[in-house]
Design a protein around this ligand. Structure first.
Ligand SMILES: [Zn+2]
Length: 412
């Protein structure tokens, strides 16, 4: 039986969103949390973008150190030979790539203005896939941008050509959130059957259906006999109305009526990490979690009206579909309401030692403490908000990696 895997794109689609972004350390923390949660792959960024180079290299180093394991780290580039060459020039260790090119007539004509036709699109993609394979890439996925507005036969031909030249997966991008669960089920199933290769479903929420479409697309793919890869983002952060929310999609797969009897996640997602990763992403992006967000919203386990409260007091399952501890909630948190010591770009040694001491971190000597403090200052410059405990611990534990993450050198 084919399975469903999660490929999170927070560090690509999420960070490319207008008015939002993450520092390189924050992106790394997202990868760490995704790994702890058991997510199959993280699309960690843009190997052709110069300011990503050190970050990408540092994360690949963490993978080699066994820290970012077993999660796979992938990069996103355009499906051109130039992008492939530049990616390997800037990030030679990259092992997994997704190559993207538009396939709809709307975009081929609307973006390339008559300079490319359908056949050019296929041959450009083939050349890019072959180039990526020649560099020894472990896996290449091919992204059909605007797949949902692409003519069915052409999309199948595009997918077959990708497979025949060594691609491992076809990403069906519902770039504009145009599909509904019924149409994406049919499209994904037909593609899985005709192309004979695993399908990624990449859904957007312009019509409020990103999670539902992801489930339907995954189901269509599995029914077509192929493994499905659902693209998610933490808190649904992504272009415009956003992507399929990671936690909501995992909940929908595991908790919705009858779904998991036939369609299963591999590896299973550890939902007890949901609260932590959602809260961190909210803080790092500076975007509050809506009170009614599935799993992690403030109201999701709150009850006020008489009949509901009476029912919950007798048995929570009267009005709760899943329990709060399943999504990692219910632990008491200590909130400082008096004096507050926090890190900043102008932090000094005594405040820093106080913060680290609260987490029982001791330093070998003053020089080591100074060195970590300096990195903490730089991390604050990049994120412009006090560091959370996990960030401070990360810097103290992996100062060499942190230094690389904090290095930004614009070219001459
Ligand atoms: Zn997208």
């Amino acid at each position: 039986m084919a399975r469903i895997h999660f490929l999170d794109v927070t560090n690509r689609d999420g960070v490319q969103t207008a008015r939002l972004g993450l520092s390189k350390l924050q992106k790394t923390m997202i990868n760490m949390y995704l790994n702890e949660m058991g997510i199959y792959q993280s699309e960690i960024g843009f190997p052709t973008t110069r300011h990503e180079s050190f970050y990408l290299q540092a994360n690949l180093e963490l993978a080699e150190m066994g820290v970012l394991q077993p999660i796979r780290l992938g990069g996103w580039i355009r499906a051109t030979v130039d992008d492939v060459e530049r990616a390997f020039q800037l990030v030679p260790g990259i092992k997994h790539l997704n190559l993207s090119i538009p396939t709809s007539d709307q975009m081929i004509q609307g973006k390339f203005q008559g300079s490319l036709n359908r056949e050019d699109i296929i041959s450009m993609m083939i050349d890019a896939v072959e180039a990526a394979r020649a560099y020894g890439t472990e896996s290449v996925g091919v992204n059909a941008e605007d797949a949902s507005r692409t003519e069915t036969d052409f999309l199948a031909r595009f997918g077959l050509a990708a497979r025949d030249h060594g691609a491992r997966r076809l990403r069906y991008c519902d770039t504009l959130g145009y599909d509904n669960p019924f149409t994406i089920y049919e499209s994904a199933r037909a593609l899985a059957e005709s192309v004979g290769m695993p399908i990624e479903v990449h859904c957007h929420g312009d019509l409020g259906m990103a999670v539902a479409n992801s489930l339907a697309g995954a189901r269509g793919t599995v029914d077509g006999g192929q493994d499905a890869y659902i693209n998610t983002t933490v808190n649904g952060i992504g272009e415009r109305a956003g992507n399929a929310d990671l936690v909501a999609t995992a909940l929908a797969i595991t908790k919705s009526r009858g779904f998991s009897e036939r369609y299963q996640l591999e590896p299973p997602v550890d939902l007890t990490r949901a609260w932590k990763i959602s809260r961190y992403a909210s803080y790092a992006f500076g975007v509050p979690i809506p009170i009614n967000q599935p799993g992690v919203g403030a109201n999701v386990f709150a009850h006020g009206s008489g009949i509901h409260v009476d029912g919950v007091l007798k048995d929570p399952f009267n009005y709760e579909l899943y329990s709060f501890d399943e999504v990692g909630r219910g632990v008491q948190e200590i909130v400082d309401t008096g004096s507050l010591i926090c890190s900043g770009e102008y932090s000094g040694i005594s405040g820093f030692k106080y913060l680290m001491g609260r987490m029982a971190v001791r330093f070998k000597n003053p020089a080591q403490a100074e060195k970590i403090l300096e990195l903490v200052r730089y991390a604050n410059v990049a994120s412009q908000r006090p560091l959370v405990e996990d960030e401070l611990l990360f810097i103290a534990k992996y100062p060499g990696v942190a230094r690389k993450l904090l290095t930004l050198i614009p070219p001459d």
